[in-house]
Design a protein around this ligand. Structure first.
Ligand SMILES: [Zn+2]
Length: 201
């Protein structure tokens, strides 16, 4: 059994892509028959934030229907019925905004997958709803088994040590993507990930 604590690198808006830690290898995923996964997202106690989280789920489904021919998430009302459980946590001293715990056996992700999200404060030019959208969408990507990407424009950015934010062009691409987070930036990664995983079984 492998256990991976996946921490979102969302100390980002200050421009520091630190604290990204993942031991996802890219070999972890869900069997096709599991999809769509039953998902419960706790309320953030704010209509705008709840709407942003729901939009992240909808956008994953729209992308997955296109590239995997199935939705990946089906929202359920009760957390105990869910295979992916998103809970809300108070701000942590670490500054991390999202944590996904992924355990796997032989590459098959164990259920339930638990995601903890900290409701964001406004940061810079990016509003709270947008920050939350990004954190939830990023962590849902980990719940699907996606590791960090080396592309600064990707929602799953950034793979540790593979993105040089001291380079001005890279940094600008990275910040632009944070201002306009887009689940579609993961299209190729999602396609390739499940082509590989489903192709082996
Ligand atoms: Zn992450």
């Amino acid at each position: 059994m492998r256990r991976a604590l996946v921490l979102a690198a969302l100390l980002l808006f200050g421009g520091v892509a630190a604290a990204s830690q993942t031991t996802l290898t890219g070999a972890e995923g869900h069997p096709r028959f599991r999809l769509p996964l039953r998902l419960h997202v706790a309320s953030f106690g704010d209509a705008g934030l709840d709407e942003a989280a729901a939009r992240a789920v909808d956008d994953w489904n729209a992308l997955a229907r296109e590239v995997l021919a199935t939705s990946v998430f089906a929202t359920v009302v009760r957390a105990q019925d869910a295979q992916i459980v998103v809970r809300v946590e108070p701000p942590a001293a670490s500054g991390l905004m999202g944590v996904t715990e992924v355990e796997s056996d032989g590459g098959i992700i164990r259920l339930p997958v638990r995601i903890a999200i900290v409701a964001p404060q406004p940061r810079g030019q990016v509003n709270r709803d947008l920050v939350l959208y990004q954190v939830v969408a990023h962590e849902l990507g980990h719940a699907l088994g996606l590791a960090h990407a080396a592309d600064p424009r990707s929602l799953m950015c950034c793979a540790s040590g593979q993105v040089n934010l001291d380079d001005p062009a890279t940094r600008e691409a990275y910040l632009a993507a944070r201002r306009r987070p887009d689940v579609r930036s993961v299209s190729a990664q999602l396609t390739e990930h499940y082509r590989r995983i489903w192709g082996q079984r």
